[in-house]
Design a protein around this ligand. Structure first.
Ligand SMILES: Nc1nc2c(c(=O)[nH]1)N[C@H]1C(S)=C(S)[C@@H](COP(=O)(O)O)O[C@H]1N2
Ligand SMILES: [Mo]
Length: 206
């Protein structure tokens, strides 16, 4: 934001927008204005009639299951977040619509420390449960005022903006709680197990 704009209320613009673009870019990242598509395989087209989202316990037991209609009836929210991809692009102030994981986990006993998020196809990614709770993660069904396009993970994708974007699984179908952490698709191929952009945790060993 330019220095010579008239003063505006901090509350209205919010904390992130008070920081300069440079301060909002993690180390090694550059700004993009388009929305790149990065997929390890072809884009699946998933009819919502056969979509569901499952929360599985450590033994694979179903702790929660939502059909598309049930899922869309859950309270959703609009969030504005910065996204950082490990391939070094960052995009600021992305406006998403999604259901907080806190809503999905309501009534589920959270006694495992890890989760493996799984998608249509064979994409998986591991995220600590503590990074999915407390208003830090959403299942997004909308972007920029419209339904999420298939290329970007529609009908629904994970949104975990504080970690590199590969943790935000597209075409998400559920997650399984894990007693012991397990690497997902990219983590097995040498990407960092956690992926904090501010600590530049790109690859295993960073
Ligand atoms: N199911 C699935 N989710 C995925 C991927 C993928 O290949 N398959 N790619 C990941 C990676 S590496 C990135 S950077 C983002 C890219 O999301 P976008 O295509 O909407 O920009 O999705 C992540 N989620
Ligand atoms: Mo990525």
């Amino acid at each position: 934001m330019s220095e010579n704009q008239p003063p505006v209320s901090r509350g209205f613009l919010g904390r992130a927008r008070d920081r300069s673009v440079a301060e909002r870019l993690p180390p090694g990242q550059y700004l993009v204005h388009d929305f790149p598509v990065l997929s390890a395989g072809p884009t699946p087209h998933i009819p919502t009639e056969r979509w569901d989202f499952r929360v599985l316990g450590v033994t694979g037991d179903t702790l929660g299951r939502w059909t598309w209609d049930q899922f869309r009836a859950l309270p959703d929210e609009t969030v504005t977040v910065d996204i950082h991809c490990v391939t070094k692009w960052s995009k600021l102030d992305m406006v998403w619509r999604g259901v907080s994981l806190d809503v999905l986990f309501d009534g589920i006993k959270l006694d495992a420390a890890y989760a493996l998020v799984f998608s249509e196809g064979d994409y998986t990614t591991n995220v600590p449960v503590a990074d999915l709770t407390g208003g830090k993660a959403w299942i997004a069904t909308g972007y920029d005022g419209h339904d999420l396009e298939p290329e970007h993970g529609g009908p629904a994708r994970m949104l975990v903006p504080h970690l590199y974007f590969w943790k935000s699984a597209k075409w998400v179908r559920g997650l399984q709680f894990l007693e012991h952490d397990e690497p997902g698709f990219w983590e097995r191929l040498g990407y960092n197990n956690y992926g904090d952009p501010w600590r530049e945790q790109r690859y295993s060993g960073d």
